[in-house]
Design a protein around this ligand. Structure first.
Ligand code: WTA
Length: 704
């Protein structure tokens, strides 16, 4: 929906100017060993070979029954991939590697305290542990194929073990990021109707042993209020045998996993043969309403896609030591710590804590000690390490052949530090653009075949055909210097199947906008709307500008404005709230909240603090606002819609844009003066924004 004032300037009409960066070429040493260095692959994945080209990815897996139909579009846009096939994801990630790699490390886990022992889990050990947990899920908990289980855990090996145990039985796991609050976890339990919650007592973060079990109690309570009763809470212990949480265990509901496991020692549970289209997991993400979206991913299509992209884009060989420094609680961790790397029999490093504990040299010490040669992280981590330890990498003797950046746009300056200092000029970089909904990478260079360009993700990946469309669905041609909406013209095996329990919303958000005919069974009529603004250069490379919907990307984490605003509205004095992004040097974007109060209340520091605290309690510390501004009124359209674009402009010291059509234009000046002077006083004046950042602010909150 477009409002009056927004309709006047279409994004595609705003020319964006930015300096074209020079290409950077992959080192010959990398090309010499790459999984793919023959350009013939580009031909194999040409558009006229679609969808059959994806057989190449499916053939990386072991199928119990081979599939018959590559892509079934009969119920568009609910795509079905590899129809007729049967397989088990856990078998593909664990069992099938035993003959060759039984005693090779599957995971190397590094606890946060630096003097603690590193834990090596071989494929044999992983097999044993996964089977035992599967036995607990099936026999002790009575769970069966198709049931949902919510897992709220930190970065410990028990997390992937639990996920794989679910996959072994066809139980749909829903992992909630450990840093999320109990309340956020409770909402997701309720939405997925999980009767079992798997949690942990405590974990290390920034030198502190945090109590995590307390969140489980809150989650169960919140879910109960929403009508879903959690019957069992299984609690892993950070130190088996020693309970580190202050919260009591609830009799009849809570059990220690290490105690339950004693009965199931060395038990073997056969993997359940699953149809390719059976759901493997749900991963919740933020959207345009407060209700989170449970992105439902398939077994066969998803696993094939993450295996294929891990092989060609991450260049993982079984003999590499691969470290993806993300949290398994996000899609990056699911696809590129657990499922993709394990499908290829990789050795995958997991780290419990924060990058800068105890200092900004920690990641490089880990890399040196373990011989990591593939490194994968997000711009927010890179920016932080660059700020706190710009020369640290030089002190350590490690050598990366390959590095990834993912989750947010990376500034070319930061990219260059990553390349020259972290990568010592020896590594190739892939800037991978994709989303929770997508299962795996959509935009990236093929590391041995396509040169890098700082700040651009590259072209569409193999078998993905993106295009930039304007609001009316017209193509914005490459090299035009104009921005538009990032759209994928075709389906792919890793695409999510639906939003759990909300099929109409699935179509509305992702397909309605550019659908040519709602009854069509031809995939060409169903372009996928990604919700990102982007530009395409003449060479076909995409530069992602950021979200065009009501989502704020904080340090690579998607936060919905509606979620933030609902949390702010739980404070009794608040009448209205609006969340907007501000450009932040370290976290990419930070959240600012604007609130107006109910009659009879006066603005105060106390109310501001209450709003911050409510957001932190209901969502988690990552959502904590940078500032809360209490204002006399919100700028609104005549139909009463809050103009987030206008306040986003104010927060970022840019022009609030056209305000002539507002119902209350006079309030803009009042807010502008107040916010600016407070920011000047606090020393929070933002640097001058780039053209791309200005674009993003102008477009913010445009799509409903
Ligand atoms: C943003 C993370 C620029 C984008 C895998 C997208 C990026 C959102 C990049 C998805 C990148 C992701 N360059 N922006 N390489 N990768 N994004 O669902 O706005 O947590 O829509 O998935 O992150 O975030 P999500």
């Amino acid at each position: 929906m477009t409002t009056e004032s927004e309709a006047q300037v279409s994004e595609a009409q705003i020319a964006a100017h930015w300096r074209e960066e020079e290409y950077v070429y992959p080192p010959p040493k990398f090309i010499g060993q790459a999984n793919v260095s023959d350009p013939a692959i580009l031909d194999r994945f040409r558009e006229d070979r679609f969808p059959e080209c994806f057989k190449e990815y499916a053939d990386l897996l072991t199928w119990e029954k081979y599939w018959e139909t590559t892509l079934d579009t009969s119920n568009a846009p609910f795509w079905r991939w590899f129809v007729g096939g049967r397989l088990n994801a856990c078998f593909n990630c664990v069992d099938r590697h035993l003959p060759k790699y039984r005693n090779k490390a599957a995971f190397i886990w590094v606890p946060e305290p630096e003097d603690a022992e590193t834990q090596v889990i071989t494929y044999q050990e992983l097999y044993r542990r996964v089977n035992e947990v599967a036995a607990v899920l099936r026999e002790h908990c009575g769970l069966k194929t198709g049931d949902r289980v919510t897992i709220h855990m930190p970065m410990v090996p028990e997390l992937p073990v639990t996920m794989l145990a679910c996959a072994r039985l066809g139980i749909i796991h829903s992992v909630v990021f450990g840093g999320f609050s109990g309340a956020a976890c409770g909402d997701r339990i309720a939405d997925s109707e999980s009767r079992v919650l798997i949690s942990m007592d405590a974990y290390y973060r920034n030198g502190e042993l945090l109590d995590h079990k307390a969140k489980a109690d809150e989650a169960v309570e919140v879910a109960a209020r929403a009508g879903v009763q959690v019957e069992r809470v299984l609690v892993w212990r950070r130190f088996p045998g020693r309970y580190e949480s202050a919260t009591p265990m609830v009799a009849g509901r809570d059990e220690f996993m290490d105690e339950v496991l004693r009965t199931y020692r060395n038990r073997i549970v056969d993997p359940v043969s699953m149809p390719a289209e059976a759901p493997l997991f749900l991963m919740y993400t933020s959207g345009t309403t407060a209700r989170p979206k449970g992105c439902q991913h398939s077994t066969g299509g998803y696993l094939a896609y993450v295996a294929g992209t891990s092989k060609y884009y991450q260049d993982i060989h079984p003999e590499d030591t691969y470290w993806c420094f993300a949290d398994i609680g996000w899609i990056t961790g699911h696809s590129y710590i657990v499922y993709g790397p394990l499908a290829l029999a990789a050795t995958s490093v997991m780290y419990e804590g924060v990058p800068t504990y105890p200092d900004a040299g920690r990641p490089w010490r880990i890399a040196e000690r373990l011989g990591v040669n593939i490194f994968h992280t997000a711009p927010t981590t890179i920016r932080m390490l660059r700020k706190l330890g710009p020369d640290e990498p030089k002190k350590y003797d490690y050598h990366f052949k390959h590095m990834t950046t993912v989750g947010e746009p990376i500034e070319p300056e930061v990219w260059r530090w990553y390349h020259q200092v972290v990568g010592k000029g020896e590594a190739v970089i892939v800037d991978t653009w994709w989303q929770t909904e997508n299962g795996g990478f959509l935009g990236s260079t093929l590391p041995a075949l396509q040169p890098m360009k700082p700040g651009s993700c590259g072209p569409g990946v193999l078998g993905i055909f993106p295009v930039i469309l304007d609001e009316e669905g017209r193509e914005v041609p490459p090299g035009s210097g104009k921005a538009g909406n990032m759209v994928i013209r075709n389906p792919w095996p890793g695409i999510f199947q639906t939003i759990w329990g909300q099929p109409d919303r699935f179509i509305d958000i992702y397909y309605r906008k550019y659908n040519r005919n709602p009854n069509s069974k031809d995939w060409h009529d169903w372009p996928y709307f990604a919700g990102d603004g982007a530009l395409q250069a003449a060479d076909g490379y995409f530069r992602i500008l950021g979200r065009v919907d009501d989502v704020i990307n904080v340090a690579g984490h998607r936060l919905g404005t509606k979620e933030l605003e609902s949390a702010a509205l739980t404070v009794e004095e608040v009448a209205e709230a609006a969340a907007v992004p501000v450009i932040d040097e370290l976290r990419g974007r930070a959240v600012e909240i604007y609130a107006s109060l109910k009659p009879g209340f006066q603005p105060s520091k106390e109310i501001e603090d209450k709003i911050s605290a409510a957001i932190e309690r209901l969502i988690g510390p990552i959502a904590r606002p940078k500032s809360v501004w209490i204002v006399p009124d919100m700028p609104k359209t005549r139909s009463g819609k809050i103009m987030r674009r206008v306040i986003a402009g104010i927060s970022n010291f840019t022009s609030p844009g056209d305000i002539t059509t507002l119902a209350n234009p006079e309030v803009v000046d009042v807010i502008n003066r107040r916010v600016r002077s407070a920011k000047v006083e606090r020393g929070q004046v933002p640097r001058e924004l780039s053209e791309a950042e200005l674009e993003e602010i102008r477009a913010f909150g445009k799509v409903e």
